[in-house]
Write a protein that binds this ligand. Sequence first.
Ligand SMILES: Nc1ccn([C@@H]2O[C@H](COP(=O)(O)OP(=O)(O)OP(=O)(O)O)[C@@H](O)[C@H]2O)c(=O)n1
Ligand SMILES: C[C@](O)(CO)[C@H](O)COP(=O)(O)O
Length: 380
Amino acid sequence: MKTGVIIVAAGRGTRAGGDRPKQWQDLAGKPVARWTLEAFSHLPSLILVIHPDDTAIATACCAGLDVTLVHGGPDRSASVRAGLAAVRDASLKTVLIHDVARPCVSRTVIDAVTDALSRHDGAAPALGVTDALWTGAAGRVTGTRDRKGLWRAQTPQGFHLDAITAAHAAHPGGAADDVEVALAAGLDVAIVPGEDRNLKITGPRDFARASAIVTPTRETAMDIRLGNGYDVHRFGAGDHVVLCGVKIPHGRGLQGHSDADVGMHAVTDALYGAMAMGDIGRHFPPSDLQWKGAASEIFLRHAVDLAARNGFAISNIDLTLVCEQPKIGPHAGAMTAEMARITGVAPDRISVKATTSERLGFTGREEGIAAIATATLVKP
Ligand SMILES: Nc1ccn([C@@H]2O[C@H](COP(=O)(O)OP(=O)(O)OP(=O)(O)O)[C@@H](O)[C@H]2O)c(=O)n1
Ligand SMILES: C[C@](O)(CO)[C@H](O)COP(=O)(O)O
């Protein structure tokens, strides 16, 4: 079912205070209304109902988004009716009606409401009342109320478009929300789980609460990890070396417990390092005879799988081989392709390069090859 969205934003926000209505005030770097619009921008039709005085500020706020602006009415219900009357897309079967003042709404809540519309005339998020309820007057408690069966209503409230349009047309006015209008028309409205984060900015203090929700913290921010790996293997007898899985003819071979692929070892250690999960020696101990002569592809695959199991994607790999001989340049393309095959990373994100050490040190004396690698892991 194709679902449209009406965001009501024609209120004056008198309780929130400030130099402009709350929906145009800043929340962690952008207007409240922009956060709300972006939360729904994956849906095909967005209508923003505004006060006529706010046309310029609303237009600026919607820059780059496909939003239809509509003028609202003197109360929330009138603004919803104006939004419903502006729906032009005949293929829309259902509609979500949302307060602009709830900018922290999550995709989970939006999807739960939308999904429930395949089984019900309407659906809306709500939280069960968990505090005791009193009545009070003049600063004194005058009685108590049973909280059982009471819910705190949130938006978006979703409905079949024809049904809610007819319900609003038939309603005398003064409804707190669209569920009240729907119930008056005899519609069946399901409750789906609301969220504490889906608060309505009402008073001045609510900006700080909402800001804390939308501002990324260490727990919610994208997790970007950088790891480095370093390895050395000495030359010994042989007629080739294996570097990044590519067999290169050479007057000597590299010695090691496995196939001594120094480049692939450095990359593998960079991946383990980025995850703070040790190194090849920890996962494949040299004391374990089963790894004798093993193809280093096994190690790299293990690190790649470990990253995937922990939710990380490999963003890039950069490898530098340090040797006088063999010359790496002619083989760098094949090495990149081989590492791309093993890791599943696009070749343009894998760099294989080499340097000599100007004949200095053990690499300069051609006693062995050293490799230094860096890898970036990203968890969205
Ligand atoms: N004539 C109106 C009144 C309210 N709303 C919208 O209805 C939602 C819920 O209203 P509320 O939080 O009460 O907002 P305001 O009416 O702006 O606030 P206040 O009562 O403090 O002035 C808000 O998104 C508000 O913009 C609207 O579109 N048209
Ligand atoms: C629709 C609503 O968000 C449900 O909780 C709420 O009723 C609108 O805000 P108001 O303060 O009641 O106008």
